[in-house]
Write a protein that binds this ligand. Structure first.
Ligand SMILES: NC(=O)c1ccc[n+]([C@@H]2O[C@H](COP(=O)([O-])OP(=O)(O)OC[C@H]3O[C@@H](n4cnc5c(N)ncnc54)[C@H](OP(=O)(O)O)[C@@H]3O)[C@@H](O)[C@H]2O)c1
Length: 300
């Protein structure tokens, strides 16, 4: 477990992400068996969002949890709200948009509690910055959800450092994380101030699409991915890693902000590769060889 921030929330360093759960073909008891197997590997934190699986994945997970409710207190549940996606189940939504009003965020978190079959969330995140957001609205939602005991900790996702600072100015408690995209193929948080802010706050960032959503694999017409895979293969041999996945994830974990990684696969062997990554250490030069391959040029 790692402490996300001095506020005391602890999550596992590897966090199974539930965005693709509906495509894994597991329901009810089979999904419960998978959850128990994963928890047996020490992975007890799960990342959700209201919109995943066409607004259906939280309920799939909750239906499994309903079979053995005592598991709830051995796991940490993270979910997000604020995105409104068009979907046949939601005919009221005629255009993809964001809604970070207090009313919407509270309703959305309460619906997540019902879906997940729980009476509290360990961590609730605003999924994306909303062009029309006012921080006082988000703060009101957070205070109400916290005072009612429905949510224990709060954070954001995909926020710029200035948006993060703006929201925190309206709260009398710190945000515990910013969940952002980062991988050997997506370098933005190294350059846009996100990781600097994580170190300053301090908080541990949560990393999504840590394998670039699968772009690393079978990328025959993707020069950046080809360059990076070639170096990952070299480094994997040097550090005797089982596969390039664990090297790509170890590269993320090596950042001093102490990130957590949200995995995207339901396959146990891929979760094992992620766990293996926590045991790997890359030399500074190995780390920079991977960076340089991704950039396509030397650092100055
Ligand atoms: N906050 C946000 O805005 C946001 C956005 C996106 C995602 N997320 C969170 O982040 C989690 C992870 O995102 P992600 O699914 O994009 O993560 P990812 O781990 O980068 O990508 C997962 C994809 O890579 C494939 N893959 C993994 N290892 C592979 C290998 N060795 N060979 C071939 N394919 C491989 C998986 O296929 P298999 O299924 O076949 O293993 C899956 O399709 C999500 O579940 C969600 O919880 C958050």
């Amino acid at each position: 477990m790692i402490e996300l921030s001095p506020q005391g929330l602890e999550l596992t360093q590897i966090i199974p992400g539930m965005m693709r759960l509906d495509t894994w073909g597991m329901r009810g008891q089979a999904l419960l068996d998978w959850i128990k197997q994963v928890m047996g590997m020490g992975l007890t934190s799960f990342d959700h969002a209201d919109i995943y699986g066409g607004y259906g994945n939280e309920a799939l997970f909750g239906d499994a949890l309903r079979i053995e409710p005592s598991l709830r207190h051995q796991m940490q549940l993270v979910t997000k709200g604020g995105i409104q996606l068009m979907h046949p189940n939601r005919p009221d939504i005629v255009v993809n948009h964001y809604n970070t009003t207090a009313e919407h965020l509270i309703r959305s978190a309460e619906q997540s509690l019902l879906n997940l079959h729980t009476d509290y969330l360990d961590l609730y995140l605003v999924h994306r910055p909303d062009m029309l957001m006012h921080p006082s609205e988000i703060a009101e939602a957070f205070y109400q959800l916290r005072n009612s005991g429905k949510v224990r900790h709060f954070g954001v996702s995909n926020f710029t450092p200035s948006q993060f600072t703006l929201l925190e100015a309206y709260l009398d408690f710190p945000l515990v994380t910013n969940q952002v995209e980062f991988s050997v193929l997506h370098l933005d948080p190294l350059y846009d101030g996100t990781f600097d802010q994580a170190l300053l706050s301090p908080y541990a960032p949560m990393i999504w699409s840590p394998l670039a959503g699968g772009r690393l694999f079978g990328a025959t017409d993707d020069p950046q991915a080809q360059r990076v895979v070639a170096v990952l293969e070299e480094v994997a041999r040097e550090v005797e890693a089982r596969d390039i996945d664990s090297v790509a994830l170890a590269w993320i974990l090596q950042h001093p902000s102490n990130p957590t990684i949200i995995t995207g696969s339901g396959k146990i062997e891929r979760l094992q590769s992620a766990l293996n990554a926590t045991e790997l250490t890359l030399s500074r030069q190995q780390w920079f060889r991977i960076l340089v391959a991704s950039l396509g040029h030397n650092v100055p």
